[in-house]
Design a protein around this ligand. Structure first.
Ligand code: HEM
Length: 323
């Protein structure tokens, strides 16, 4: 695996922890010296704009975003890989916990251990591999920003809305900072599970339904999850077809080849819905949003873009506009 682009070394805070100092005057002198030193240090940091002393801090303004964006657009247009790039960003961000600001988009899947091994992330090594050449070509970008940025470009190239992108996500430097397994949703469960996962990140019902519309893209793969097949008949196009199909079909519960519950519809035998998708029509509070997004494609595009930006920015209060 590639080495972290930078290191966050912890500062040594053992200064002045030595033996007891008998004379009070000596102690006062030492405290005075330390204060002088601190004042001088902060003055020099101010003069240097805090940069020279913090050379290892990620600087998103050093990334040539316009060039990177053009490269990604051309790549997405040729690779048919928009869906998996969107999934990568969502899974990097979707571990966020509002309560303590843990998790969130931090490039956490780039280590051999930790989040890359979580079952929900099966198959995402493909997406990470697809983006690695861009990390090598643009080494000044953090993985977390690269993955988030690529998803916004993928959505746009697939015909979806422009998700506002702001930069400055610092990567974690080791798998030790990964979150525990179980923060991402389980497709076999229903509305209470979806709510508990998305409320943990700070999303309400309308945002849950808008974000679930990410399944307008792509599909399931038997070697990566318990299901197989796309959600819509246009899996490379970002539109509101997912919501139309949820309402249009008579969905019947079946069991997938791998023994998981799945919803199928006679009219479109190649398509499927996970129990978490199907909950968007059966839950009384979620359904009105499903109906709204099925009949108003523009509302879906607008609300998806806002919710996806929030998802990508959760836990990062200091992002900067770069384009
Ligand atoms: C209740 C919430 C969710 C559950 C349970 C869920 C579950 C899944 C599963 C099981 C897969 C199939 C993986 C595979 O076999 O390749 C998948 C794929 C995908 N998910 Fe979700 N997901 C959820 C929410 C989201 C959200 C919020 C987004 C984005 C906004 C999203 C975007 C995608 C995309 C684009 C794919 C297709 C990937 C591909 O074709 O390779 N999902 N999801």
């Amino acid at each position: 695996m590639p080495k972290p682009a930078f290191d966050d070394e912890e500062e040594d805070d053992t200064y002045l922890r030595g033996g007891a100092v008998a004379a009070k005057e000596l102690l006062a002198l030492r405290v005075g010296l330390v204060l002088c030193f601190a004042v001088a240090l902060s003055a020099s940091i101010a003069v240097m704009g805090g940069r020279a002393c913090r050379a290892s801090v990620y600087d998103p303004t050093a990334v040539p975003w316009a060039e990177l964006g053009s490269d990604l657009d051309a790549f997405v247009a040729s690779c048919n890989c928009a869906p998996i790039l969107v999934r990568l960003s969502w899974h990097d961000s979707g571990t966020f916990k509002k309560e303590d600001s843990s998790g969130g988009s931090r490039g956490a899947q780039r280590f051999v251990e930790g989040e890359a091994t979580h079952g929900a992330n099966n198959g995402l090594s493909v997406a990470r591999g697809l983006l690695q050449p861009y990390k090598e070509k643009y080494p000044s970008v953090s993985y977390a920003d690269l993955w988030a940025f690529a998803a916004t470009r993928a959505i746009k190239v697939a015909g979806g809305p422009q998700v506002r992108f702001r930069a400055g996500r610092t990567d974690i430097v080791s798998a030790a900072s990964c979150v525990e397994e179980g923060r991402l949703p389980d497709g076999a469960l229903g509305a209470p599970h979806i709510r508990s996962v998305f409320h943990r990140m700070g999303f309400d019902d309308a945002e849950i339904v808008a974000l679930s519309g990410g399944h307008t893209l792509g599909g399931c793969h038997a070697d990566r999850s318990s299901w197989a097949g796309p959600w819509t008949d246009t899996p490379l196009r970002f539109d509101n077809r997912y919501f139309e199909l949820l309402l249009e079909c008579e969905w019947t519960q079946r069991t997938s080849a791998k023994g998981a519950p799945v919803w199928l519809c006679e009219q479109y035998p190649d398509l499927m819905m996970l129990p978490t998708d199907h909950a968007l029509v059966t839950d009384a509070a979620l359904r009105p949003h499903t109906e709204r997004f099925a009949s108003e494609g523009a509302a879906f595009a607008t609300e998806f873009a806002a919710a996806f930006q929030k998802l990508q920015e959760n836990g990062h209060p200091d992002l900067v506009d770069i384009l």
